[in-house]
Design a binder for this molecule. Structure first.
Ligand code: HOZ
Length: 429
């Protein structure tokens, strides 16, 4: 009998009510085959599905659960906030507190505005950059994903890439034509593009660590070149730190690489598992937002007290513990272990990691760009994914998503994962 019978029943029912049975396409297991399972509860590093199976979770609700699921301090803070009221639509003190905390962690952010998702944050940052510069054109990089706003669903990563829809239907050509796209980590192409379009470019938006086509790092000097070119042309540099913010350290990827963007977008960790996005940056730019300036942006639930409470509790926990050292420790253990296991089985794999984010590509080619990422053997990834799932390890159901670690992942979790990978690779032969 199936070990996932209740999940199968629920999915069959979900298919009758919801397109594809899911509320976000990456959950649908389309890239790996099979069906998604349904979660009953989650605690620490583990999920329990509706059939009672326990899984070590490396998806962590796609990044937010940096402290693990249902961290007691976060739950306590949300419960206390809920008891005071779930939404006011008028300022509440927690918004001020979280904004001040964000500013104190990320140098170069003078002002911050909260919204409800990373998509909203990136969409709003683009509009703000256009309003500030009075220019229309923007530049993004293929394989980067900045949420599902029209102007950013061009050569997009994440679910769009996984499902083979990097350019979405429904985006008017007249909108998409303002979005220029380059391969990541190609300095010559960047210089050439700025020579042609520099004076017309409102913004460059990028994930400093592209993590929506798997995970690859910027080559040394690339971010510096980008900063130099954007500054020289009066183009707003937007760092999308939705995945990396408050995860790769207090100041995220920009702190790690020593880059100071003009605007930064956040999501995921900043909401501690509740729906939050934020964008912030230089006051000169941020003050173009309504009600001070002409760029309109709004939201009924923006700055929601429950979401602010969860974000504050999460950041304070990160601040008051050795969280980042702990994340680096488990990340390094996973990386060295996976490399050793792959080598022992002669499986060609590029295991890429920065801090608590990782991706294993099934290719022998070093991965620095989408083109490199696309050389990975996706059928093999599907086999690996299911072999791990069957042994109680949940990886993101796509070769083109990053994995995440939390402070709740123990050395024993990593060892159990490595033992599962060892058996999975043995099955390849
Ligand atoms: N934001 C995540 C990008 N890797 C995926 C979440 C989703 O699209 O559901």
């Amino acid at each position: 009998m199936s070990l996932r019978r209740r999940s199968e029943e629920l999915f069959a029912e979900a298919l009758r009510h919801t397109p594809g049975g899911v509320n976000s396409p990456v959950r649908a297991f389309r890239a790996v085959g099979g069906q998604p399972f349904f979660v009953q509860s989650a605690r620490g590093s583990r999920l329990t599905d509706v059939d009672g199976n326990e899984l070590i979770d490396y998806v962590l609700t796609w990044g937010p659960a940096i402290l693990g699921h249902a961290h007691p301090r976060v739950i306590e803070a949300v419960q206390a906030a809920a008891a005071r009221g779930t939404s006011f639509g008028i300022p509440n003190p927690a918004e001020v507190e979280l904004a001040a905390l964000v500013k104190s962690w990320v140098p170069g952010i003078d002002k911050v505005r909260f919204c409800n998702s990373g998509t909203e944050a990136c969409m709003s940052a683009i509009r703000l950059a256009r309003g500030f510069t009075r220019r229309d054109r923007i530049l993004k990089f293929d394989g980067c994903y900045h949420g599902h706003a029209d102007s950013l669903l061009v050569k997009a990563g994440s679910g769009a890439l996984t499902l083979g829809q990097p350019d979405s239907a429904g985006v008017p050509a007249d909108v998409a034509k303002h979005t220029l796209v380059l391969p990541f980590n190609d300095p010559d192409a960047l210089v050439a593009l700025f020579e042609q379009h520099g004076p017309h470019l409102a913004a460059v938006i990028l994930e400093l660590v592209p993590a929506n086509a798997g995970l690859y790092l910027p080559r040394p000097g690339y971010l510096e070149l980008l900063r130099e070119l954007t500054r020289a042309h009066g183009t707003v540099l937007i760092a999308d730190e939705v995945m990396t913010g408050f995860r790769l350290g207090r100041a995220g990827a920009q702190g790690h690489f020593g880059l100071q963007p003009d605007l930064t977008t956040f999501g995921k960790v900043i909401g501690g598992g509740l729906p939050v996005g934020a964008f912030g940056g230089r006051a000169e730019i941020m003050d173009h937002l309504a009600p001070l300036g002409p760029v309109y942006q709004a939201g009924t639930l923006s700055g929601n007290p429950l979401a602010m409470a969860a974000g504050l509790a999460t950041l304070r926990e990160l601040e008051s513990t050795d969280a980042f050292a702990r994340l680096e420790h488990v990340g390094a253990r996973l990386e060295s272990g996976m490399k050793a296991v792959a080598a022992a089985h002669a499986v060609p794999m590029q295991f890429q990691r920065i801090g608590s984010m990782f991706c294993g590509y099934f290719t022998d080619r070093p991965v620095w760009s989408l083109t490199d990422a696309l050389t990975s053997d996706r059928a093999r990834f599907g086999t690996f994914f299911h072999a791990m799932l069957d042994q109680g390890v949940y990886l993101a159901p796509s070769q083109f998503e990053a994995g995440f670690l939390s402070t709740a992942h123990s050395d024993a979790d990593i060892d159990q994962t490595l033992a599962a990978a060892d058996r999975a690779f043995a099955g390849f032969h």
